[in-house]
Design a protein around this ligand. Structure first.
Ligand code: NAD
Length: 479
């Protein structure tokens, strides 16, 4: 049986499901092919992000943060609690409920927008056809005018640390530990390692050791932010070992022995659980039949132009499987762009304005260029910084660590980037992203009125500081 669609989207994660809904909104007859089977053994939309990524991790980050606050911070607010106890099963069940509600929500949105969800594994064939194979092995051919490939990514595996039951796990396994590990090891001090390491430290892990191959910490972030973050994580008890490469890993009963090398030589360590979080790779293996002629790059990403067109006419690719950061919101915006292009509209994602967030405590967020990137490019810029310790709202919250830094072009004053560490950075970064999208200057932000007392005043103050006019910090002394 062959079915005819205007658009067939392969993949129902944040890139693919958003593309599907937008296509349908624009009057295109759309099918979305997805093969995800959730923990309950049922097909589910939402991909990695909703099922085993952003959403469950944020759910556990939120719950674990409350547990830690109840233990360590309530007393300072004059709230006495005794015998704070962890009910991990309830915490995990809540996370699973949040996931289920959201994934079912996508299913409802598909119904409301008349997007057909075709369950099974999609493979691109020649001639804009997608062959779908369901769980029973039955195939169905979908003929499309346009195909959008959004297959997502999977965790990179390490030969030196193969996954083993619930002892050596990837991020999916680390979201479902049924007990708090006493000694937790994490390979990779990237975004996932830091977020999941934080969750289990807050929930009571005695030691959390992160073994990071690179010598620098969070090299993609602003240097000052990375330095402040490293200090803060270390204070919380995350033991970050830079320049450390795991060479072997042996599971013995419920323990895992590892060997790793760093500048001082060979070392050994033993953990109760080990998380492997060393990056992700594009899910492009077997995505297209050879006859289709889809071009991949040397890393396995689908080769696309700035508007996500592949080498094949009418075939687009978006999200984690194409160049750029592996972020859900980047994939979603690419999905919207491609849907608009297919419908004949003009559209272009601005790849210079992609917010990034690390949901640790304190939160880290940035948008636009870092100081090191501007320096390397020889761009002259001014910077303005405001520390949260000088914010009334941050003091009332009892969360005064970190700062907001704004960078603007020295000649035009146009905002080039913002880098923040501290409370609600994930929300505050959006203010600067909007200003950048509108071509705003630091002066524009300085002239905007912000509610008092609010954390967003620190964005205002950083903009004022850029020209030496911050009100609530003493001016820097000129030598
Ligand atoms: P990552 O690239 O952020 O970090 C992986 C780290 O592992 C790197 O620092 C790398 O140097 C290190 N590494 C690689 N090989 C190693 C080895 N053999 N030994 C020790 N260290 C090694 O990747 P991730 O943390 O796995 O996350 C995957 C993707 O998911 C990223 O693109 C990330 O942006 C995305 N993600 C985003 C969020 C968020 O937006 N908050 C949360 C989770 C994941």
């Amino acid at each position: 049986m062959t079915d005819q669609f205007d658009v067939v989207v392969v993949g129902g994660g944040p890139a693919g499901y958003v593309a599907s809904i937008r296509c349908a909104q624009l009057g295109l007859n759309t099918a979305c092919v997805d093969e995800w089977i959730n923990a309950q053994g049922k097909p589910a939309l939402g991909g990695t992000c909703l099922n085993v990524g952003c959403i469950p991790s944020k759910s556990l980050l939120e719950s674990s943060e409350r547990f830690a606050q109840a233990q360590h911070e309530f007393a300072d607010h004059g709230v006495k609690v005794s015998a704070v106890k962890l009910d991990l099963a309830t915490m995990l069940a809540r996370k699973d409920r949040v996931v289920l509600e959201l994934t079912q929500g996508i299913e409802q949105l598909f119904k409301a927008n008349k997007v057909e969800w075709v369950k099974g594994r999609g493979q691109l064939q020649a001639g804009k056809q997608v062959q779908v194979t369901d769980r029973a092995g039955k195939t169905r051919k979908l003929q499309a005018e346009h195909v959008i490939l959004a297959p997502g990514s999977s965790a990179v595996q390490l030969d030196s640390a193969p996954l083993h039951k619930d002892i050596v796990v990837d991020s999916t396994g680390a979201l479902a530990f049924n007990s708090v590990p006493k000694r937790l090891g994490v390979i990779g001090a990237g975004v996932i390692g830091l977020e999941l390491g934080s969750v289990w430290k807050r929930l009571g892990a005695e030691t959390v050791t992160l073994l990071e191959a690179q010598d620098s910490f969070l090299p993609m972030a602003d240097e000052q932010v990375a330095k402040e973050a490293q200090k803060s994580y270390t204070k919380q008890g995350l033991d970050i070992q830079l320049g450390s490469r795991v060479t072997a890993c042996t599971v013995k009963g419920r323990k895992v022995d590892i060997s790793y090398q760093n500048g001082d030589g060979e070392h050994r360590a033993q953990f109760d659980r080990l998380i492997v979080a060393v990056g992700r790779r594009a899910n492009t293996h077997g995505l297209a039949a050879d006859e289709a002629g889809l071009l991949l790059d040397e890393w396995g990403f689908i080769h696309v132009d700035d508007q996500c067109r592949s080498n094949l006419p009418g075939i687009y690719a978006i999200g984690d499987a194409v160049r750029g950061p592996m972020l859900a919101h980047k994939g979603s915006e690419e999905g919207i762009m491609v849907a608009d292009l297919i419908a004949g509209h003009t559209a272009q994602v601005d790849y210079n304005i992609i917010p990034s967030v690390i949901y640790t405590h304190p939160e880290i967020a940035w948008v636009g260029a870092t100081e090191q990137a501007l320096r390397a490019a020889g761009v002259k810029y001014n910077s303005g910084m405001f520390p949260h310790v000088a914010s009334g709202r941050a003091r009332a919250l009892g969360d005064t660590g970190g700062f907001i830094k704004l960078l603007a072009d020295a000649q035009t004053d146009r905002i080039l980037g913002a880098h923040m560490i501290g409370p609600q950075s994930s929300e505050l970064v959006a203010e600067v992203a909007i200003a950048m999208q509108l071509g705003g200057s630091a002066e524009d932000l300085g002239l905007t009125m912000f509610a008092h007392p609010s954390l967003s005043e620190s964005v205002h103050e950083a903009a004022l500081a850029l020209h030496g006019h911050a009100i609530h910090i003493a001016p820097r002394r000129k030598h």
